[in-house]
Unconditional design. Structure first.
Length: 216
């Protein structure tokens, strides 16, 4: 019976079959070679779907872990790359759902904490002061969103997930020195962005006050 996908059509068929045979016989499969052959393709797809390097790296790792678990059941009814594309997309979707759930949980927790803080606020911690803090936090979040992807990829895990330099470097495939260098540049970029925003807000407030005096 003719196979669904011929070797000439699917150049990965032989390597995939070697992996399947090794798994059946209890040997170490040549899975590393398969990963190296397709890592760049999978990473690019993850980056397109998720939009940042940190999540793309995590989804890439999830994809190859999933492949290792499921490759024994691949039946060559389509090109391996077609199947790989579907697995990658599903892993990206699951990671995005997980990230969104974490974000919603943090937002809900933050809202509850803010509500409790506003109820017990003293004169030193009035609702007006709380609103000012929230406005500053919003400005910081917006400034981070405007960072370049390489800088944002180290800022987010460092300050929102409390990852170490080593963990960030391992996830992104860069050295600890590069992580520190990117964080240093990110700090400068954030400081400049927030300074400009504060200046704009001050000028706006001054302009509004001046116009208010002119209408009297």
């Amino acid at each position: 019976m003719k196979p669904a996908v011929d070797l000439l059509i699917d150049p990965d068929r032989s390597l995939v079959s070697d992996c399947q045979e090794a798994l059946r016989e209890g040997r170490t499969p040549p899975f590393r070679e398969l990963c190296e052959r397709h890592y760049a393709r999978v990473y690019r797809q993850c980056l397109r779907v998720l939009g940042n390097e940190c999540d793309a790296h995590d989804a890439c790792q999830d994809t190859f872990h999933c492949l290792l678990l499921r490759i024994a059941g691949f039946q060559h009814r389509s090109r391996f790359t077609s199947w790989l594309h579907r697995v990658t997309f599903n892993c990206c979707r699951e990671l995005r759902r997980s990230r969104q759930h974490q974000l919603n949980t943090r937002s809900s927790s933050g809202a509850r904490q803010a509500e409790a803080a506003s109820v017990s606020a003293s004169e030193e911690d009035s609702p007006a002061a709380w609103l000012c803090r929230r406005e500053r936090e919003t400005q910081v979040e917006r400034a981070i969103a405007r960072l370049s992807p390489p800088l944002r990829s180290v800022v987010v895990p460092r300050y929102f997930a409390h990852c170490s330099y080593e963990d960030i470097g391992a996830r992104l495939g860069i050295s600890v020195g590069t992580v520190k260098s990117r964080l240093f540049r990110a700090h400068d970029a954030l400081k400049d962005e927030l300074s400009r925003r504060i200046d704009r807000d001050a000028h706006l407030a001054e302009d509004v006050a001046r116009r208010g005096r002119g209408r009297r």
